[in-house]
Design a binder for this molecule. Structure first.
Ligand code: ZN
Length: 199
């Protein structure tokens, strides 16, 4: 038996498919939306559509941006000889908030995860090596999370870069194991960056 009308159950269903949102939270959100003034609900829906429509990968670093080349890659002030490899745009933002890093980034948009069938070709690893072959890069800092997947991805990339003679370093393990980079405070991130070790 359907307790809610179809539109309400559809809305709850869509919301509960989002990461970290269980059915109870989805119900709460759905009812919050249903009680919103109509123009607020409209602007929420439009924000989702417009972000999905206009946000794309930066052609150089593969972060999510609404431009062809993101502001970091486009900046003349950034040192393009140092590339920090991060898992996703949220990690890039975490480092940018620290405000001490002057190099550029490469955003993998995931990590290798054999258990889920995610291999090196499913994330932006090939694109990293294309950059390394075209640009004059002195150091690659690997800043993937210290989860099993993050470490495996770091090892995989290191092995491939080593023969090229480009310096490879890994952020210090001040970052708690299993910790998402974006949740870590700025001091810890800065310490992890400054204490990076050459591999
Ligand atoms: Zn970029």
């Amino acid at each position: 038996m359907e307790y809610y009308s179809k539109q309400i159950s559809d809305l709850i269903g869509e919301l509960s498919s989002l990461p970290g949102i269980g059915v109870k939270s989805a119900q709460r959100m759905a009812f919050h939306i249903l009680h919103m003034p109509k123009d607020r609900a409209k602007s929420l829906a439009e924000a989702i559509l417009s972000a999905r429509e206009n946000v794309q990968f930066c052609k150089e670093c593969f972060t999510l941006t609404d431009r062809e080349i993101c502001p970091i890659c486009a900046s003349k002030k950034r040192n393009k000889k140092v590339i920090m490899v991060v898992e996703d745009t949220r990690d890039l933002v975490a480092y940018e908030k620290v405000g001490k890093y002057e190099g550029v980034y490469h955003v993998l948009n995931g990590t290798m995860n054999p258990m889920q069938g995610i291999g090196p070709n499913d994330i932006k690893i090939k694109e990293l090596f294309e950059r390394l072959s075209k640009e004059d890069v002195e150091e690659v800092i690997i800043a993937t999370n210290s989860t099993t997947e993050g470490e495996a991805t770091a090892m995989y990339i290191t092995k491939l870069i080593k023969p090229s003679g480009i310096k490879v370093s890994r952020i210090a393990s001040g970052v708690p194991v299993g910790g998402d980079l974006e949740c870590i405070d700025e001091v810890t991130l800065l310490r992890a960056l400054e204490g990076r070790q050459e591999l």
